[in-house]
Design a protein around this ligand. Structure first.
Ligand code: SF4
Length: 482
């Protein structure tokens, strides 16, 4: 080899190394550039009322996402039902679902950044053929979305296996995320078509988790499971019991939705608004036997969402932050200022470990604050001994309440927002603030924008479902003449 050719080889190698280092540095940025840009955009869009020290939207997350107009059909008859009256007159079509979801996810990726949590929703997801369901989840992942399938939970173990395992019997999905909506207002569950009480549903809540446990034991497929419940005056008194009995079954999250006047008017009952969000939250706290601090961290508007993040030690909930302790609030402020947007989920260990090391190395000054928090967190957990005693039964846990608005509130507020007008009426302006801080976005690729789920359900669903009736008419199956 001549000297000039060996110099050229060394130069090329050095260039390759430099490019690799640049690539690695970029890939392990604590907050990926595109995410940082999406967060900045979201923060700039937030109404002034939502820019509080507790706000996570625009500083750490962009919020949740959901699909719409993809399989507007359900085999239950619940009261209330958020589907519009035309929903069940549309055919479930796997090809249409996959294509629509793909387009919606592409827009979400473009507008809201490379990572997100998106719900596969818009009807009963298990009415989708398992292959189409799996294909849809994979399409969502391709666009950086961590999908959660929303279901009434009344599907067979065989369906779950056909969804998760490929034709060769090996997992095509290594992890799945489901939210099972189970409450006594629902009608049509096999084995319990008309529950008399929430307690009647306990075996069904348990059986749902056990299906996923067996899937993990036999095929190594991990799952994240949420339990959802609609709350009306008729079951408010049983919320505490659900909050007490559901977490030990193995769910990772319990979520409560006070009923709203939205969707199919034939399924509305008087009295949905007799109780307040405080009443529902108090019942959840009574059931869990502890205060659930939610004011330290806020997703969007507090009139829409409350969340208590923490962990279970055995059956005891321990909050990650105590919203009455100024030291915990200082930890929150430092975290959001220095680590806000840190991308942890959907990240392989080879990227995550160096990313975390970089984040920590650049912020060693917060170590005393972090150690103080750790001490308090240990104390709240009952001390090291309690943790050791409960080993194997310590796991992250989240409590959520999401309060949809009534269609009659949303429509006038949205009409003004579409014209770029801020309402003079304080009540309508309050709705506009909530919509402006919405953390539940639905994508409209044909318009290149997202809308709040409240707007989707209150204003847009009826027209969309009328169109879907024409596009995907129900096929009448004629029985052969004997
Ligand atoms: S969907 Fe409605 S209730 Fe939920 S966060 Fe958005 S505006 Fe608030």
């Amino acid at each position: 080899m001549t000297r000039s050719s060996s110099t050229a080889t060394a130069t090329a190698t050095a260039a390759r190394v430099r490019a690799w280092v640049r690539g690695a540095r970029e890939a392990t940025r604590p907050v990926p550039r595109l995410k940082a840009a999406a967060l900045a955009r979201r923060w700039a869009e937030l109404p002034e009322s939502a820019r509080t020290p507790a706000q996570l939207v625009g500083r750490h997350a962009v919020g949740c996402e959901g699909t719409h107009g993809v399989f507007p059909k359900c085999d239950f008859t619940c009261t209330p039902c958020y589907h519009s009256a035309d929903a069940n007159k549309v055919r479930v079509d796997g090809g249409h679902t996959v294509a629509q979801v793909e387009a919606q996810m592409a827009l979400l990726e473009e507008l809201r950044g490379p990572h997100g949590h998106a719900q596969l929703i818009g009807g009963e997801v298990s009415l989708l053929d398992p292959d189409a369901h799996a294909e849809t989840l994979l399409a969502m992942r391709r666009h950086g979305r961590e999908p959660m399938s929303m279901t009434h939970g009344d599907f067979s173990e065989d369906y779950l296996r056909r969804l998760v395992l490929g034709p060769d019997g090996r997992p095509r999905l290594r992890r799945v995320s489901f939210a099972a909506h189970m409450d006594s207002l629902m009608r049509g569950r096999r084995g319990l078509p008309r529950p008399r009480s929430e307690a009647d549903l306990l075996p069904f809540r348990r059986a749902f988790v056990e299906m996923f446990r067996r899937l993990r034991d036999e095929h190594g497929v991990r799952s994240y499971l949420a339990h959802n419940m609609t709350v009306t005056p008729s079951n408010l008194g049983q919320v505490a019991e659900v909050a007490r009995t559901t977490p030990p079954l193995g769910y990772d999250m319990i979520s409560f939705q006070p009923a709203a006047f939205v969707g199919d008017q034939r399924r509305w009952k008087e009295g949905f608004r007799e109780h307040t969000s405080d009443d529902v939250w108090a019942e959840v706290e009574r059931g869990m036997g502890t205060r659930l601090p939610w004011r330290a961290l806020q997703m969007g508007d507090p009139r829409c969402n409350r969340t208590a993040w923490g962990w279970l030690v055995g059956e005891r909930f321990v909050p990650v932050l105590d919203d009455t302790d100024p030291r915990d609030l200082a930890v929150r402020d430092a975290f959001l200022a220095r680590f806000g947007g840190l991308q942890v989920s959907n990240t392989p260990p080879s990227v995550l470990v160096p990313r975390l090391l970089r984040a920590v190395a650049a912020n060693l000054g917060v170590l005393p604050l972090a150690l103080g928090w750790l001490r308090r967190a240990l104390r709240r957990s009952g001390g090291v001994r309690a943790l050791v005693r409960a080993r194997g039964r310590v796991r992250p846990f989240t409590v959520v309440m999401h309060s949809f608005m009534d269609a009659a509130e949303v429509a006038p507020a949205w009409e003004l927002m579409e014209r770029g007008e801020v309402a003079e009426d304080p009540a309508v302006r309050a709705v506009q603030e909530r919509l402006g801080a919405c953390v539940y976005a639905m994508a409209h690729p044909e318009q290149g924008r997202t809308v709040p789920a409240c707007v989707q359900h209150s204003v847009l669903d009826p027209g969309e479902n009328r169109e879907l009736r024409k596009l995907l008419p129900l096929v009448e199956v004629r029985q052969p003449v004997a």
